[in-house]
Design a protein around this ligand. Structure first.
Ligand code: UT7
Length: 319
């Protein structure tokens, strides 16, 4: 498998830390020093489906394909206004695709799960051209009265088109049972036969525990993928990590003894955009010329579940 196009779309509203401190007991200094975030984009008058369609169309244009040439659409999404139909079906309508569509929820690790699934479909010759699109609005899961979570997230959609090729060299995904450290429970409709209430719980996160799990899973995941491919950490050009906290990225980088320029980041202006964070950064690096033909790239993510994923590939665009 190889990536042949990327695209992304952001909400227009930029919300600074100062804007949050107007209605939350927080400060620019706290958010900046604990997370690295300065501002984030938040959906106001857009909707997520349209961002997902725009990101997907840009990725198709970049790949030189039309929607009708797609064999499968896999969308990573945790929440959006529609529970059903899937957001991938809504995207298909927006890009004139007529292929199977499925949504996948692996929380912030979604892009890695999507790529792993796409690679399996392509290897089995069940599909050739696959659109992977990550569309997330985590700002709709938080309580905006809770400074522990509301300051962390931003919204975005980002996509990649993949096809047959031999650029992808290794992929590992995993999940282990730790739902209590990070969860969101949404209200369901009342039913006359249900004897208990499910009113929903806004996003809850045990930040310190997630921080430790994230650092350990990321470092271990990268070491595993290097072992799978027989490469050393020094031979990788770019480590694109889930953008959840600058301190997590820095801790992993230090443990791997790698220079800062190999760990790109956009968390300062995007916040944590859940599964969109890795493809969003990938698209920005592709479009600003950071990624060069032949570069070795590691993607590494983690999220609620607890889910983790890591993959390694050669960048084969911009030859
Ligand atoms: O993609 C999802 C994955 N999520 C993550 O990867 C997040 C991982 N965890 C983290 O990034 C960090 O744990 C946080 C940024 C969430 C928190 O940083 P921390 O250094 O672990 O802070 P803390 O939990 O130790 O909180 C320290 C203090 C607390 O006050 P007390 O109890 O010591 O009086 C919090 O109430 O900071 C307080 N606090 C805040 N203060 C100002 C928490 N949020 C805020 C805030 N502004 N926004």
């Amino acid at each position: 498998m190889k990536i042949i196009g990327t695209g992304s779309s952001l909400p227009s509203l930029s919300v600074t830390n100062e804007m949050l401190s107007v209605f939350l007991d927080t400060s620019d200094e706290w958010i900046r020093s604990r997370t690295g975030i300065l501002e984030r984009r938040i959906i106001s008058d857009e909707n997520l489906k349209d961002l997902a369609i725009e990101a997907s169309q840009k990725a198709l244009d970049d790949a030189g394909l039309t929607g009708s040439e797609l064999d499968y659409i896999i969308c990573s999404n945790v929440v959006n206004y529609y529970v059903t139909p899937s957001i991938s079906c809504l995207v298909a309508g927006g890009i004139q695709a007529a292929c199977p569509c499925v949504d996948l929820n692996a929380a912030c690790t979604g892009f890695l799960y999507c790529l792993d699934m796409a690679a399996a479909y392509i290897a089995a010759k069940k599909a050739k051209n696959i659109l992977v699109v990550c569309a997330e609005e985590p700002t709709r899961m938080c309580s905006w009265k809770d400074r522990n979570t509301a300051v962390l997230f931003g919204d975005a959609a980002a996509a990649a088109v993949v096809t047959e090729g031999d650029a992808f060299r290794a992929s590992r995904i995993s999940a282990f049972h730790r739902p209590e450290v990070l969860y969101y429970q949404r209200p369901l409709e009342d039913c006359p036969f249900v004897k208990y209430q499910q009113r929903g719980v806004p996003l809850y996160m045990n930040g310190k525990e997630v921080f430790k799990l994230a650092v350990n899973a990321s470092t271990q995941g990268i070491e595993n993928i290097l072992a799978d491919t027989g490469l050393t950490a020094d031979q990788v050009d770019h480590y694109i990590l889930h953008q959840a906290n600058m301190r997590i990225i820095e801790t992993v980088r230090t443990q791997l003894r790698q220079p800062p320029h190999k760990f790109p980041h956009n968390i300062e202006s995007r916040g944590n955009t859940s599964s969109a964070s890795i493809p969003l950064l990938l698209d920005e690096m592709h479009r600003n010329g950071t990624l060069q033909y032949g570069d070795t790239v590691v993607l590494c993510g983690f999220g609620a579940g607890f889910t983790t994923g890591t993959c390694l590939f050669t960048w084969t665009m911009n030859e």
